[in-house]
Design a protein around this ligand. Structure first.
Ligand code: ATP
Ligand code: MG
Length: 229
């Protein structure tokens, strides 16, 4: 079953065509990896898909709800960890407090952060903050989770922590769309990969197909990561 369908999406900024006729589909349980050079439109695609940006043309169809995890965590600095996670489920989704707290504690345990319930974001490492922001997104029980470069603000060790969390979610069949510059990760965790270049999908397919592609732009891009990433 497809949870998200995007048809012929277009978006320009000041005459610059950033998305030129993008169509894609995300099926239940699928992990879609989106790769491509800086400025190719990856974040704009995610922002349009999640309503943060209004497309100029095209159609976006959802079956269910989505959550979003940003590069820079975007936790509320004046809220404790627990309040960051529980606030929207209680206030927006109007779910019972006890239920939300129990679920949130389980999510914190899963992220290995049970002892941080009362901490504030400034007291946490970048990797811990990012795990909290993943817990916050999961607390809304989304059908699809979007990530925009979830590890690019982190050093290699903390990056590993986050990639493990995402890998575990994939093993639980969480439907995810992940924009990443981590080529090995994309290759290992994604079922389907989209390579964006200058606002179009220049190549797509299974990781084997895309990373083995003879597309010149694709090869040039992968070359920059050395050793085919
Ligand atoms: N709000 C905006 N106003 C004007 N131009 C924008 C805006 N958002 C994005 N752009 C432009 O759109 C293009 C695509 O940007 P986008 O952020 O989608 O790229 P990206 O593929 O996510 O790049 P990166 O890998 O560096 O994150 C860039 O040229 C960018 O300058
Ligand atoms: Mg981006």
């Amino acid at each position: 079953m497809s949870l998200l369908e995007i048809h012929n999406l277009k978006k320009s900024f000041d005459g610059l065509e950033v998305l030129r006729d993008i169509s894609l589909q995300v099926n239940q349980g699928q992990v879609l990896g989106i790769i491509g050079p800086s400025g190719s439109g990856k974040s704009t695609l995610l922002r349009c898909a999640t309503g943060l940006e209004t497309p100029d043309a095209g159609e976006i169809r959802y079956e269910g709800t989505f959550g979003l995890v940003f590069q820079n965590f975007n936790l509320f600095p004046h809220y404790s960890v627990m309040k960051n996670i529980t606030d929207a489920p209680i206030k927006v989704q109007k779910r019972p407090k006890e239920e939300v707290y129990a679920e949130s504690r389980a999510l914190l345990a899963k992220m290995g952060l049970s002892d941080k319930e009362n901490a504030y974001p400034y007291q946490l490492s970048g990797g811990q903050q990012q795990r909290i922001s993943i817990a916050r997104a999961l607390a809304m029980n989304p059908d699809i989770l979007f990530f925009d470069e979830p590890t690019s603000a982190l050093d290699p060790e903390l990056t590993g922590e986050i990639l493990k969390v995402i890998r575990d979610l994939a093993a639980e069949h969480m439907t995810m769309v992940i924009v990443t510059h981590e080529m090995n990760f994309a290759r290992n965790v994604a079922d389907h990969i989209i390579f964006m270049d200058k606002g179009v999908i220049a190549e797509q397919g299974t990781p084997e197909e895309v990373f083995g592609s003879s597309n010149e732009r694709m090869k040039e891009f992968l070359g920059k990561f050395g050793e085919n990433a």
